[in-house]
Ligand binder design. Structure first.
Ligand code: SF4
Length: 361
């Protein structure tokens, strides 16, 4: 195996294997990874263009029974600091985002046994009725979707239908972290198996909802586990389809049990960027690779050089903020950084299904 052989495969749009991905990770220089990632990126996007969205995560409840050891966000049922947002509180958060020029929210909470399917359907119906198509919302992550289905004693297909009838169009691929059974046994044994995760995602696609792929790195996962995650994602896309994008972010270890065990150390931005490049090269069937401003701040924009083409400007996400993420609202500065790297950022509206060169202020 050599960089020359792998480069020839990428140049001729041939797929690389897991063994070649491992070889690249261990042996390729940053420049070589960037070059290969840019080649794959160019199959999907104009070289100098990138897209972005202004959005917020709405953490509608922090009550959760999953007890993942990498989480600083949740509280158990009955705890004094547990909360669930009312519809009015949700509307206020959406209004604030829209006043800033954003038009996308993602709902993300916990496995809250006090919330029935009706809470979700009522909430999503109310949001759709109030805002129509002026904004879009990612209703739940797949992990929450699975818990919701179990809690309601419905299969995944019936749950997808109930949500769709309530106005939902998206259930994103969140809650994946590292998609190996062993990783989940180590860190999130109540958060469903990998097989269940994909079974749910298959039902979401079959039910006519949009979805996406995600990944989180920087726990104690091995490089082989990272590549297994990419391989499972690529296989799902081959067999089922429906993955418009892949978003990878990094574990924030602060105030988490796992972070304490690992010494509270984050992986470097350099390692994150190399992983983005490897993901771009490996996921040759996923059009959009997204880089995480939420966890890497403006250095995430360097991910554009490593094959990414899209990013969020987030204004809130309590889950990562509680674990140490910091959010900047200096959007012009962040977009200026993208321009300084040679890219033209263009606003991408999920709600309106189009991109426009309108900068947010
Ligand atoms: S990561 Fe999500 S599912 Fe896991 S404990 Fe935190 S809120 Fe619950």
């Amino acid at each position: 195996m050599s960089i020359v052989e792998i480069r020839e495969k990428v140049q001729s749009s041939e797929r690389i294997t897991a063994q070649e991905a491992l070889w690249l990770w261990k042996n390729a220089s940053d420049e070589e990874l960037r070059e290969l990632a840019q080649r794959v990126r160019a199959r999907f996007h104009p070289p100098e263009r990138c897209t972005y969205m202004l959005m917020r995560i709405i953490n509608y409840t922090n009550v959760c029974v999953a007890q993942c050891d990498y989480c600083a966000f949740y509280t158990l049922p009955g705890a004094a600091d547990g909360y669930t947002l009312s519809q009015e509180q949700v509307f206020a958060k959406i209004d604030e985002l829209m006043a800033m020029g954003g038009d996308l929210v993602g709902f993300n909470g916990g496995f809250n046994p006090q919330l029935a399917l009706e809470y979700y359907c009522d909430l999503f119906h109310a949001v759709r009725e109030r805002y129509g198509d002026t904004m879009e919302f990612y209703a739940l992550t797949i992990a929450e979707f699975m818990y919701l289905a179990d809690h309601a004693r419905l299969d995944y297909g019936a749950t997808a239908k109930r949500l769709k009838d309530a106005g939902v169009r998206w259930v994103t691929g969140g809650g994946s972290e590292i998609l190996t059974e062993e990783f989940r046994r180590r860190h999130s044994k109540f958060k469903y198996t990998v097989a269940q995760y994909f079974e749910a995602q298959r039902a979401i696609v079959a039910g006519g909802l949009n979805t996406s792929a995600t990944m989180v790195i920087g726990f104690d996962e091995t490089i082989e586990e990272r590549i297994e995650h990419l391989e499972r994602t690529r296989q799902f896309q081959d067999q089922v389809g429906g993955l418009g994008s892949f978003l990878c972010w990094t574990f924030k270890p602060y105030f988490t049990p796992l972070g304490d065990v690992l010494g509270g150390i984050e992986i470097s931005t350099g390692e994150y960027l190399r992983h983005l490049a490897l993901s771009r090269i490996y996921l040759d069937n996923v059009p959009r690779i997204r880089t995480s401003v939420l966890t890497q701040n403006e250095r995430a924009l360097e991910g554009l050089l490593y094959g990414a083409d899209d990013f969020d400007l987030p204004i809130e996400d309590e889950v990562t903020q509680k674990a140490g993420a910091t959010i900047s609202l200096q959007f012009d500065r962040i977009l200026g950084f993208a321009r300084s790297l040679g890219y033209q950022p263009v606003y991408r509206s999920v709600a309106r299904g189009r991109t426009t060169p309108v900068p947010v202020g």
